[in-house]
Design a protein around this ligand. Structure first.
Ligand code: VG1
Ligand code: CO
Length: 543
């Protein structure tokens, strides 16, 4: 076999963000762009000679092109074997499980998650380490440094592999094994949940709609929900992954999964509605007439996890990202278990999960998961909800209200200002940061500021630190205003404003969310000046 060494020059924009490198397809399509990044990645890793690498993606446009290149570069760099999902398909949690299950060295996941796809859309590459989780900052920082210094990459001069057939092929000296993308994952789900109970619930007429949004969860949901759990054909909609997600925006929120939301709020609503995102790690949960805020979903799943066989022993602890509401904290307190607050992004949960200190993790951005893999997992959340519904024999709305009646309600919303001018956004954040020390102790609109800081995190397991992870202003009544810049956008900057206030167990839980938080919205607007600073009248997305 010939291995070619190709001279190249660095790109200056290959810095991985919250979840890998994300750019427009046109950026990735530049000559050597993928090659440079993958070579820089391998240059930053040690000890993979002869080992196994997992490769797969969410099926978006450019997936196949990037996979063929990654395979040839892996071959030239000395990997012994790659496992690739058939058709280049592996969901993010699916890839995490394959890495763990097959004892792989790591994995490359090709996805820009919920960002739109297609030739005009976005693409992404992320690297996961041997525990199945996203590479920690130590590695992504090293990769970025290497991308700025790279002078050559190595690539095997061999034909493309056939991604369509399960079985074994060669790419130069390296073995390429095409695997069924769903099989290992579906088997894992059967070990965690009471499939018999859920099957019986469907058999008794329980109705559900799962919107796969033409993204990666289609094959997984069809196999598990329709085939193994016996839900009627048609329960899974938009179940075929398409390179452009059917022109949609595979983000399961109230804006982009509007049809599902309207169905669930209407007269013909089934018992349960759910959706997942481009790469299958997010989830949207809507009961008949009841949308479940992701932060509430995390708390409810944690409080009820013991009802599923995989968690019958109870859970060791809970972790949530800083902007996620404190609803889960109240559950941890009641259960007497550890609670951790981490920066945004799943990579910060890995050490806590590996150390057995937490079992369930979640983010306000519709990500929930557990120690079964090292990524958030959309279908897992849906199946845990189904398991809980099957055991409790109550509806989603009843369960949510019951939870509030026991723990109180954390009213919560996120306002996104997308694709704003990056300089203006940075200036707003810097300006607020400079004013933080003066805010503590002040009373604003009747609320006393208990703390005002820029969130910094020290990992309790390995002592690594991450600073500037979002500005938070906390009030003595438990309300919070959080502001941070997104690390997943591809154009301009996205400002995220997170608002929360607590209503005790005996308080009023029936307010409309935006109305319940209106005073905080007004206060945040005055404090941060987003409208003034960006020229925007209103957020682009409210979740
Ligand atoms: C967003 C979310 C964050 C999530 C990340 C990746 O990051 O806020 O909670 O972990 O996306 O999710 P940011 O930096 O844009 O706020 V996914 O489904 O895109 O892998
Ligand atoms: Co995702």
């Amino acid at each position: 076999m010939t291995i070619k060494t190709i001279a190249t020059t660095p790109f200056d924009d290959q810095k991985p963000g919250t979840s890998g490198l994300r750019k427009r397809v046109s950026v990735f399509a530049q000559p050597n762009y993928v090659e440079n990044f993958v070579q820089a990645l391998f240059d930053s890793l040690e000890g993979f000679e002869g080992k196994t690498l997992v490769i797969g993606g969410d099926g978006r446009y450019f997936n196949d092109v990037a996979i063929q290149r990654a395979i040839k570069i892996a071959s030239a760099n000395g990997f012994g074997r790659v496992l690739v999902g058939r058709g280049g398909i592996l969901s993010t949690p699916g890839a995490s499980h394959v890495i763990r299950h097959h004892g792989a060295f790591g994995g490359i996941v090709l996805s820009a998650s919920h960002n739109p796809g297609g030739p005009e859309g976005d693409f992404g590459i992320k690297y996961n380490v041997g525990n199945g989780g996203p590479a920690p900052e130590r590695i992504t920082d090293a990769v970025f440094a290497r991308t700025k210094a790279i002078t050559a990459y190595r690539i095997a001069d061999v034909p493309d592999v056939d991604l369509g057939q399960v079985g074994i092929q060669q790419s130069g000296d390296m073995v390429v094994e095409i695997i069924d993308p769903v099989a290992d994952y579906a088997a894992l789900m059967e070990t965690l949940f009471d499939f018999d109970a859920i099957r019986a619930m469907f058999a008794s007429g329980f109705s559900m709609r799962f919107d796969a949004m033409h993204a990666v969860t289609g094959p997984y949901a069809t196999e598990i929900i329709e085939k193994r759990l016996g839900a009627p054909t048609g329960t899974v909609i938009n179940g075929t992954p398409l390179p452009d997600f059917g022109g949609g925006h595979p983000d399961p929120n109230l804006v982009y999964a509007r049809d599902l939301y309207e169905l669930m709020m209407g007269p013909d609503a089934p018992d349960f509605g759910a959706a997942s995102d481009g790469d299958g790690d997010r989830n949207l949960i809507i009961g008949r007439g009841r949308f479940v805020t992701p932060s509430d979903s995390l708390a409810i799943l944690a409080a009820n996890a013991h009802l599923a066989p995989g968690y019958a022993r109870g859970i060791a602890g809970i972790a949530r990202s800083m902007p996620t509401s404190a609803a889960a904290d109240r559950v941890a307190e009641k259960l007497g278990i550890e609670m951790h607050e981490t920066p945004t992004g799943w990579k910060f949960f890995g050490n806590l999960l590996d150390a057995g200190r937490v079992t369930i993790c979640g983010e306000e951005s519709a990500g929930t998961g557990s120690d079964h893999v090292r990524e958030k997992d959309g279908l897992w959340a849906v199946l845990l909800w189904l398991n809980i519904l099957a055991v409790r024999k109550e509806g989603v709305d009843e369960i949510v209200r019951g939870h509030w009646a026991e723990y109180g309600r954390n009213y919560y919303t996120r306002h996104d200002y997308e694709e704003v001018d990056a300089e203006a956004a940075n200036a707003l954040v810097d300006d607020l940061r400079a004013r933080l020390p003066g805010l503590v102790g002040q009373t604003l609109d009747g609320r006393e500021v208990a703390y005002a800081d820029d969130f910094a995190y020290t990992d309790p397991v390995d002592g690594s630190t991450s600073a500037k992870q979002g500005i938070r202003i906390g009030f003595s009544d438990g309300a919070r205003i959080v502001l941070r810049l997104s690390g997943t956008g591809t154009v301009g900057a996205t400002l995220r404003l997170y608002l929360e206030r607590y209503e005790p167990a005996d308080g009023d839980h029936e307010l409309e969310t935006q109305a319940a938080l209106d005073d905080l919205v007004q206060l945040a607007d005055r404090l941060v000046g987003i409208r003034r600073g960006t020229g925007r009248d209103a957020p682009s997305v409210i979740t």
